[in-house]
Design a protein around this ligand. Structure first.
Ligand SMILES: Nc1ncnc2c1ncn2[C@@H]1O[C@H](COP(=O)(O)OP(=O)(O)OP(=O)(O)O)[C@@H](O)[C@H]1O
Ligand SMILES: [Mg+2]
Length: 288
C-alpha cells in the first residue's frame, strides 16, 4: 500500500475540484494472471500524470484500462466522478470520444500522408467536409511544429517528427484527456526534450489533462506534476505523488532506485539528481 507521505504531489488547488480521473480498487488481469491489484489513485484536471515502473510491470496494461480497451477484473475508473465500467455502451462511447491516444507502437499508416493520417478520425467522427478536414489536419500539424509537412509520408520524416505527427493525430478530435504510451521511446535526448516541451506547451494551450507512460527520468522530472509507481514484484502500486517529492521523501528503496538510475539509458538524469536537463533552465511545468 502507498504510504501517506507518498501522496499529495499535485498542485494545491487540485483538491478543491473533483479529480478528472479516479482509479478505484482496480485489479487488472489477463485471464487468471493478475498484472496489478488494488490500484487507487487520482489524476487532477490539467495535470501531467506519469505512470512509472519497470518493464513489464503493467504500465501499458493500465493505460488500456484507462482508455476503456480492457475491462477490469475488479474495480472501476471514474471520469469526473462518473463510472466508466458501470456505464452502458453508449455512455462509454461518449466518454472515450473525449480521449486522444498515442499508442506505444505509435504507428501512423505508412500508406497515408500525414494530413490523411490526422484526417482519419475527423472523417470517421465528424460531419466535416474533406476541405475542412484537410484544413484542420494542417492546423493540428502546425501545432506540433509540422506545418508544411501535410503531404509527406511517415517514411519521409524523422522518428521525432513521426512522434509529433502521432501526437497531432491524438489531438485531432480536441480531446479533454491525452493518453501517451512512451512518447519519447527511441528518440535521441534532444528530440526527446523537444517532445517534452511540446507536451508541456500543449497541456497549457489546449487546457487538457495528460496521462503518460514513461520510464525516462529526464522526462519524468521535466513534465510530471504527479505520478504512480507500479511494482512488478508485489504487483501493486508502491506510491503516488510528484516524482521530485517522492525522491525527496519516499523511504522506499525501490522508488529511490528507480528515480536515481543513472546513465544506463540515454537522456536519463544523473544518479541522485532530479536536475538532469532541468538544470539547464527547464522547470517542471507549473500550471498557468
Ligand atoms: N494481451 C496480453 N495477454 C496476456 N498477457 C499480456 C498481454 N499484454 C501484456 N501482457 C503481460 O502483462 C504484463 C504487463 O505488460 P505491459 O505491456 O502492460 O507492461 P509495461 O509495463 O507496459 O512494459 P514495457 O515497459 O516493456 O512497455 C507482461 O507480463 C506481459 O507479458
Ligand atoms: Mg508498455
Amino acid at each position: 500500500m502507498p504510504s501517506g507521505s507518498d501522496r499529495g504531489g499535485s498542485s494545491a488547488g487540485a483538491a478543491a475540484t473533483p479529480p478528472r480521473i479516479r482509479v478505484v480498487d482496480l485489479t487488472m488481469a489477463y485471464g487468471d494472471f493478475v498484472i496489478q491489484r488494488d490500484l487507487n489513485f487520482s489524476v487532477a484536471r490539467g495535470e501531467i500524470f506519469i505512470i512509472m515502473g519497470g518493464s513489464g510491470c503493467g504500465k501499458s496494461t493500465l493505460l488500456r484500462h484507462l482508455i476503456g480497451l480492457i475491462r477490469p477484473a475488479r474495480g472501476d475508473v471514474l471520469f469526473d466522478e462518473q463510472t466508466f465500467w458501470g456505464a452502458d455502451d453508449e455512455q462509454r462511447q461518449l466518454m472515450t470520444r473525449r480521449f486522444g491516444v498515442l499508442y506505444q507502437s505509435g504507428a501512423l499508416w505508412s500508406s497515408m500522408t500525414l494530413a490523411e493520417n490526422i484526417g482519419l478520425p475527423l472523417g470517421e467522427f465528424t460531419e466535416l467536409t474533406p476541405g475542412q478536414i484537410r484544413e484542420l489536419a494542417a492546423l493540428k500539424l502546425s501545432l506540433v511544429g509540422l506545418g508544411g509537412f501535410e503531404d509527406f509520408y511517415p517514411s519521409e520524416i524523422s522518428g521525432g517528427m513521426q512522434k509529433r505527427a502521432g501526437l497531432a493525430r491524438a489531438m485531432a478530435l480536441d480531446p479533454d484527456i491525452l493518453f501517451l504510451d512512451e512518447p519519447s521511446a527511441g528518440l535521441d535526448p534532444v528530440s526527446s526534450r523537444l517532445l517534452d516541451d511540446l507536451i508541456l506547451e500543449l497541456r497549457s494551450s489546449l487546457d487538457c489533462t495528460v496521462v503518460a507512460v514513461t520510464h525516462e527520468l529526464a522526462s519524468i522530472f521535466t513534465i510530471a506534476d504527479n505520478s504512480v509507481y507500479l511494482n512488478a514484484e508485489t504487483r501493486t502500486m508502491l506510491a503516488q505523488g510528484n516524482p521530485r517529492t517522492l525522491l525527496a521523501e519516499s523511504k522506499d528503496p525501490k522508488i529511490h532506485a528507480f528515480l536515481t538510475r543513472g546513465g544506463q539509458e540515454s537522456g536519463d538524469a544523473p544518479a541522485g539528481s532530479p536536475s538532469g536537463r532541468a538544470a539547464g533552465g527547464r522547470t517542471t511545468g507549473a500550471r498557468t
